[in-house]
Design a protein around this ligand. Structure first.
Ligand SMILES: [Zn+2]
Length: 130
């Protein structure tokens, strides 16, 4: 089971909410199964239904994560007008070495899901927000 502090989770969801109607995204980092840091990366597609990391910010985020001695754990992105479930595009473009957190940020309570994607399989993972 992955864990994340509720304060950090709130910071992430506020960030994703502030970008509505555009999808927003970033990296999750930490240690082992514990997510302790969030690094926003601009969505270069500026789309409400898809995202792709802006390359310079992506590079900077990875460099910062390494410099802080953290592990890159996952990618987070929002579905402003969808469900907290991976889209076909998400499955096609996902980095299979990372977990994928998908958030519908304007729902109350906030809807989210943590997944591991590989080829044609979608595995839902447990995320403990504590
Ligand atoms: Zn998506």
């Amino acid at each position: 089971m992955f864990t994340i502090d509720k304060q950090l989770f709130a910071t992430i969801t506020e960030y994703l909410k502030s970008a509505i109607p555009v999808e927003s995204c970033g990296y999750l980092a930490g240690s082992g199964f514990e997510i302790t840091a969030f690094f926003p990366v601009a969505n270069r597609l500026n789309s409400s239904t898809a995202f792709s990391f802006e390359l310079v910010e992506q590079f900077e985020a990875v460099r910062t994560i390494r410099a802080k001695g953290l592990e890159l754990i996952g990618v987070v992105h929002s579905h402003p007008s969808g469900t907290a479930y991976p889209s076909q595009e998400d499955c096609k473009h996902a980095d299979f070495s990372l977990v994928q957190l998908i958030v519908v940020p304007d729902q109350v309570p906030i809807s989210y899901g943590l997944f591991h994607l590989a080829d044609s399989t979608i595995a839902e993972l447990d995320l403990n927000v504590h």
